[in-house]
Design a protein around this ligand. Structure first.
Ligand SMILES: *Cc1c(COP(=O)(O)O)cnc(C)c1O
Length: 424
């Protein structure tokens, strides 16, 4: 695509954008700045305007029915979580039986480790990425310790090579091969939160399986951002949150994927709770845990309806727009941000600006991480003051996500204009 750094060009792209009306369906924060550019959907997605009514409906139903709302409300609470499954399964390329929305992300990964991290004296290592999201790193450290090993020995971190920012796939594959007899699990973020690098999950899964290990992914930055085919890729398990690209409200319920071959395996160890127990006998309240088939068999508790009602409203918007259309726009819009940053880097060489996210659209979603070594944190503070909302990570990385559901080409143009003023 041929980009131009003019307002006319940006507006023409927005005019021609088949998803242009979706921006109006979200509350865009203004923070008192007239031209606010929100590039932080990678951390907290914006609020769909339909959320308020969806939550209010459940508040009204609760007021009206009390406990009877479990069976008599418009969307009975007893089975409310089931409404979320089809759109969520569509987003991650899974069968409906393989997905359930429950708990939150870190909790869910711990629960999945109960089933999928079964270390033996010989096979106990986890191959993972260096500079993981801290919650995932703490999870790996405490899981390996819990099973009696030393995290420094049990966790193998594949890092970018000296002087590079991205992890080379061949280095991951080599690490798997080099530890073939000892690897219990390959566990990666589908999209790395820091660099925005998208990993080839199918390839990593194949490599893990080839040495007798399982493959699991944290999809916090991938779900709703990049095309996923978890079932077809034969991924063993995955978990993600819903408040980043999925716009479901701060800290809201997450979701898990368990491949159907494991969902049917009742021998797998797991922690049980009544909501994972066979639906047909759940209310007999008898001893003897009988898990449901599929991902639902990992549930513990009855569903938090207020949060899930917000999630339902946001997933409905997603389902309507459709991942293929979102991805098509995402590639163009992210390319425009990349082009804009490259222009700034060329115009202001002293600022020492560069992009650390992969250049290949096939290896990234909508996040661009910009290295601002020349100006460091000052530039970020100035950006915020000027109304460009992004995210700063030490030492000097600014992470931005032009989100196809609600960001526009004009947002990207405005970003370029603001930066030009700041850097001049
Ligand atoms: C956002 C994020 C989390 C957050 O975990 P919560 O349990 O939802 O607080 C964890 N891991 C990764 C990779 C993330 O990006």
């Amino acid at each position: 695509m041929q980009y131009e750094s003019t307002l006319e060009f940006a507006r023409a792209q927005d005019e021609a954008d088949p998803l242009r009306t979706y921006r109006d369906r979200f509350h865009l924060p203004s923070l008192g700045t007239p031209e606010l550019v929100y590039f932080t959907g990678h951390s907290l997605g914006l609020q769909p305007k339909t959320v308020r009514a969806a939550v209010e409906l459940e508040l009204d139903e609760w007021a009206k029915y009390g406990v009877e709302g479990h069976f008599h409300s418009t969307n009975p609470w007893y089975s409310y979580h089931e409404l979320l499954t089809p759109p969520m399964a569509g987003i991650v390329g899974a069968r409906e039986s393989e997905v359930v929305c429950m708990n939150s992300l870190t909790t869910n990964i711990h629960l999945l480790f109960v089933s999928f991290y079964r270390p033996t004296e010989q096979r106990y290592k986890i191959i993972s990425e260096a500079k993981m999201f801290p919650s995932d790193r703490y999870l790996l450290e405490t899981q390996t310790k819990f099973h009696g090993s030393d995290p420094d020995d049990a966790i193998i971190e594949v890092a970018p090579r000296e002087g590079e920012h991205l992890i080379r796939e061949e280095d991951i594959l080599n690490a798997i091969d080099a530890n073939a007899d000892q690897v219990a699990m390959v566990f990666f973020g589908g999209v790395n939160y820091f660099t925005g690098q998208l990993f080839d999950m199918q390839r990593l899964t194949e490599a893990a399986h080839a040495v007798g290990a399982v493959a699991g992914f944290d999809l916090a930055h991938a779900a709703g951002n990049v095309p996923l085919l978890l079932h077809e890729w034969d991924v063993d398990f995955a978990a993600w949150c819903s408040y980043k690209y999925l716009n479901s409200s701060p800290g809201n319920v997450g979701a898990i994927f368990v491949h159907e071959r494991h969902g049917r395996n009742f021998e797998l160890p797991r922690f049980g709770g009544w909501w994972g127990h066979d639906k047909s006998t759940r209310f007999q309240m008898k001893n003897g845990f009988q898990p449901m088939e599929g991902a639902e068999g990992w549930q513990l508790s009855n569903a938090p309806i207020l949060g899930m009602s917000a999630m339902k409203a946001s997933l409905d918007v997603f389902a309507e727009a459709g991942m293929p259309a979102l991805r098509a726009k995402s590639e163009k819009l992210t390319g425009y941000l990349e082009y804009t940053i490259d222009l700034l880097a060329a115009e202001f060489p002293d600022a020492d600006i560069s992009i650390i996210t992969p250049r290949d659209p096939g290896q990234r979603g909508c996040q661009i991480s910009m290295d601002v070594a020349g100006r460091e944190r000052r530039l970020f503070d100035d950006m915020i003051a000027a109304g460009v909302i992004a995210d700063f990570r030490e030492p000097c990385i600014i992470r931005m996500a032009p989100v196809p559901l609600y960001n526009s080409f004009e947002d990207v143009f405005t970003f370029g204009k603001v930066m030009r003023e700041l850097l001049a």
